[in-house]
Ligand binder design. Structure first.
Ligand SMILES: Cc1cc2nc3c(=O)[nH]c(=O)nc-3n(C[C@H](O)[C@H](O)[C@H](O)COP(=O)(O)OP(=O)(O)OC[C@H]3O[C@@H](n4cnc5c(N)ncnc54)[C@H](O)[C@@H]3O)c2cc1C
Length: 458
């Protein structure tokens, strides 16, 4: 029996408005053998083979900005660099060949739309915006030489933006055994990182024969704080529509949903009380994938199927490159909080920027946040390339969640942030939520996703 023990889940300390994920994360530990951000020696590359030859790409025609990561952050930055200054030479490096959106994937999970609108071509985006799409994986970085190494060869940059997103941290469930981690990832994927996870989850819901379907919300700040709650509503709606005798158990360490709490609690109570069991203030102590048992502080929950979402952390790549903030419990990037320059060991690198979900600021890890932040950062980098600058702008989080499908009903939240220098903390500048569900807000979820995807890819 492989038992996975919970460990240290309660140790994440977030100041400010903790339930909504606002504050300062503290408490990380050094990883043996991995370059630490307190060591300010620039990481130098040690690559051989195909990675150690120039990539087969057109020569730079001007100031070259290399953007790594074709998610919501990198796609916005690559496009808006060119919008701000068409003379910039922009290369987008992305390891996936096809973009598949996380946002609005819940509607596909619930059978409300086909997969196709979620899929976009990186080639179309590159052609429309006159930048180079390089389908490769970043494997190393030489900041002193200003070179990135990929599995398809190296290229030089004038400025570099890293937007590699996140990884799961199964270690926070106390999972040290790679077999147990692999079991959880493969059999009960969270559905928060890759398209394969979404496809597996979709099949699980479609083929569910009845019984208990467990979802978990992780501790800390996590990617898309509305999604576990929206997903519970959508899966419950599918069970009802397909007449599946299933119950959705949502396990959450928080007292109430991390965002739009009033709206989600009302939906659980008024629309899904026969299907959703919301277990708030419940911490997972161990998971046994063999017996399909989750041990919590209160009860043992035996499940028939599950999507288990562990705590998230900044992409592992950043740790390898020595670009992690030692004060970040979730191993996010070490950056200047307004200019987004890398600050490993407290020393600013004027030519390396980090953005998107891997940022250490406690903003909501959402597509709209990454998109608005990306527009600001693209303007800043383009201005700096001409010896100028732009004023800092807060990113904006906008999130519509579908909480019922027959009839369609949605809720929403819109947030901006401000920095309190005295408290050295972040707070809301604007935090506006509409908890009364209606058709219009459900429709807006589709409209928002389509508008933003169209903008990034055309
Ligand atoms: C199910 C779900 C629903 C969501 N719904 C919403 C919503 O309704 N509204 C909203 O605003 N947000 C939503 N989000 C959140 C949103 O998807 C993320 O916040 C957003 O994708 C973050 O963008 P990013 O670019 O930082 O990271 P990502 O989108 O993860 O992009 C990172 C990219 O970097 C690439 N990469 C990583 N390492 C390398 C490497 N070494 N070399 C090359 N490429 C690399 C990855 O392949 C990936 O394409 C949702 C998320 C999920 C999972």
């Amino acid at each position: 029996m492989t038992t996975i023990n919970r460990r240290d889940l309660g140790k994440l300390s977030l100041g400010g408005i903790a339930a909504a994920g606002i504050g300062t994360a503290t408490g990380s530990q050094a990883i043996p053998g991995v370059a630490s951000a307190t060591d300010n020696t620039p990481h130098s590359a040690h690559v051989t083979g195909i990675a150690n030859r120039p990539a087969d790409l057109p020569a730079a025609k001007g100031h070259r900005v290399v953007v790594v990561g074709g998610g919501w952050s990198g796609m916005t930055i690559a496009k808006y660099l060119k919008v701000n200054d068409p003379e910039l030479d922009v290369v987008l490096i992305e390891r996936r060949a096809v973009f598949i959106s996380h946002p609005i994937s819940g509607a596909w999970l619930a059978g409300l739309m086909p997969m196709e609108p979620l899929m976009r071509s990186y080639l179309d985006a590159a052609a429309a915006n006159n930048y180079i799409f390089f389908n490769a994986s970043l494997i190393d970085l030489d900041r002193a030489q200003r070179k990135v190494y990929t599995d398809q060869g190296w290229l030089a940059y004038d400025d570099l933006v890293l937007a590699p997103g996140l990884d799961y941290d199964y270690g926070t469930f106390g999972v040290d055994d790679p077999t147990a981690v692999n079991d959880l990832k493969t059999r009960y994927p969270a559905g928060f990182m890759s398209a394969s996870e979404h496809i597996s989850l979709n099949a699980k819901v479609r083929n569910f024969k009845g019984g208990t379907f467990v979802l978990t919300a992780p501790p800390g700040i996590f990617r898309c704080s509305a999604t576990p709650y929206e997903r519970a509503c959508l899966i419950a709606s599918v069970f009802k529509r397909e007449k599946i005798a299933g119950k959705v158990v949502l396990i959450d360490p928080r007292e109430e949903p991390a965002v739009k709490a009033e709206g989600f609690l009302a939906a659980f109570d008024e629309l899904h009380s026969d299907t959703i069991e919301y277990m708030s203030s419940t911490e997972i102590e161990s998971i046994d994938p063999e017996t399909r048992t989750i041990v919590t502080g209160f009860d043992d929950i035996v499940f028939d199927d599950a999507a288990i979402y562990p705590r998230i952390r900044g992409a592992r790549l950043l740790e390898y490159l020595g670009l992690v903030d030692p004060a970040s419990a979730q191993k996010e990037a070490a950056i200047d909080r307004f200019a987004y320059n890398a600050t490993p060991g407290g020393v600013m690198d004027e030519h390396v920027y980090l953005a998107g979900d891997c940022r250490p600021m406690p903003f909501s890890k959402s597509g709209n946040t990454a998109y608005t932040e990306g527009k600001y950062l693209a303007a800043l980098i383009a201005a700096r390339a001409k010896g100028s600058t732009v004023a800092w702008e807060s990113p904006q989080t906008i999130c519509y969640s579908i909480v019922g499908i027959e009839p369609m009903a949605g809720i929403m939240v819109r947030t901006k942030y401000k920095y309190d220098a005295t408290a050295d903390n972040w707070d809301y500048e604007d935090n506006f939520a509409v908890h009364e569900r209606d058709r219009e807000k459900a429709d807006k979820a589709f409209e928002w996703a389509e508008t933003h995807l169209d903008d990034m890819f055309s």
